[in-house]
Design a protein. Sequence first.
Length: 261
Amino acid sequence: MGMKNKKFLGQHWLKNRAILDEIADLAVGGEPEGSASVSSEKSALVVEIGPGLGTLTSSLLKRFNRVIAVEYDKNLAENLPKSFPGKNLEVINADILDCDFDDLPQPYSVAGNIPYYITSLIIEKLLKMKNRPERIALLIQKEVAERIVSSRETMLSLFVKNYADAELGPVVGRAEFTPPPKVDSQVIVLQPHEAVVKEEVFRLVRQGFSAPRKKLIHNLAGLKSKEELTPIFTKLGIDIDARPGDLHLSDWRKMYNEIFS
């Protein structure tokens, strides 16, 4: 009897082997589609988020010496090791958001086809941990992936760009999944780096995005009056009618310094 998916967990299973191999290649850090670097030497460790039936796990085991798979669904977690006897696979039945990565040896990667509804929470956890992965390859909702790399900023895009370099991988159409979701997916690859701006700057960003469609100067009115803010905007070369999404990380840092100096 086949395993049934649980819609409330956001389970949509991808079975296209070429795409699964490409995600695994991107998690290694080599070029997609079987580059020499992927085939010549296995990487040390990857943490897989939500392995489900193990379709991506299979590709990861060919490219990594050790796979730690974190699966929330108890039945799937119990059955997964049976599909890979003798392989260096550790399956943990847990919520990824509750997992402690502190003791993992460096370098390690993270990969996964993750539930849409907790995408932001997972990315935030991975990028703010002390012991961060060297590389992250996640299959997420296409619209969210595009938003992260867009020059039109959001809270999520600013957060990601503060902690990582982000680039888009292949688009995966909804028909490639069982059952098909309502939207297309896309791989996003993140390479964590040191924070560009301090955490305090993000307090200002959150204030600025309190009403994302309103003019920024109105959203910041609780900090300084419009009369005080206007010369700051002019000095920084920011349009007085700018919306929060018009500002990049460097703009927010300068704005923070002007307001709180």
